[in-house]
Design a protein around this ligand. Structure first.
Ligand SMILES: [Zn+2]
Length: 209
């Protein structure tokens, strides 16, 4: 059984979506391309021009990670502008958006209304009230390592719709199979059925697995 890693930073992993670094040569496997708020610099115009080109490739299956981060020094207005540019790019290319969000969920929900493509919050590990709000606004959520030990998050996952879930390692070092196992238990499904369900979800994002 293969376990799709929805968002990761390991260039050599072959079943998942690799988060391409700025100006990096893309892998042969699936990748996402975007400007992380932390990566916004004075080179933003050139960086965005590069993202626009690279994201046309067929194995670029999503735009991101991009979004808003309330804990970094980058000007918030600028973060919002760069985020919006990427939402527009995703709309143009009809590719889903992978979102990085730290302490800016209400703003991200506002921006979501501009997106005409599926929007996935990656690494979701926040409280239920935020998760419920995201659910109401049609976000997908990708869950990572926190699910293995965060009991509140486990409870939330039990009630979150199966067809809006993805599983990821991000930059954490652990076996993704362990997380698939955990989530399949929480959803009262066998590991194989759960894995198939995730594949269906990927197809709904037009990711050609
Ligand atoms: Zn990441």
């Amino acid at each position: 059984m293969e376990f799709f890693d929805f968002h990761h930073h390991d260039f050599d992993r072959n079943f998942g979506i690799y988060n391409l670094k700025l100006n990096e040569e893309p892998p042969e496997n699936f990748f996402s391309a975007g400007i992380h708020p932390q990566a916004i610099s004075e080179n933003i115009e050139a960086d965005f021009a590069w993202i626009k080109e690279i994201s046309k490739l067929g194995n670029c299956v999503a735009i991101g990670e991009c979004g808003l981060d309330g804990l970094i020094k980058v000007d918030e207005k600028l973060q919002e502008e760069v985020f919006e540019m990427q939402i527009e790019l995703a709309n143009e290319l009809n590719k889903p958006l992978i979102i990085h969000c730290v302490k800016r969920f209400s703003q991200v929900i506002r921006f979501r209304k501009k997106a005409k493509v599926p929007v996935i919050i990656h690494g979701f590990n926040k409280r239920k009230s935020i998760g419920d709000e995201l659910f109401k606004n049609q976000f997908y959520l990708s869950f990572g390592k926190s699910v293995l030990y965060n009991v509140n998050l486990q409870d939330f996952l039990k009630g979150f719709p199966l067809d809006q879930i993805f599983i990821e390692t991000d930059s954490a070092d652990f076996e993704i199979k362990e997380l698939y196992q955990k989530v399949s238990e929480l959803k009262n499904l066998g590991l194989e059925d759960f894995t198939l369900k995730i594949k269906e979800n990927l197809k709904n994002l037009q990711i050609p697995i």
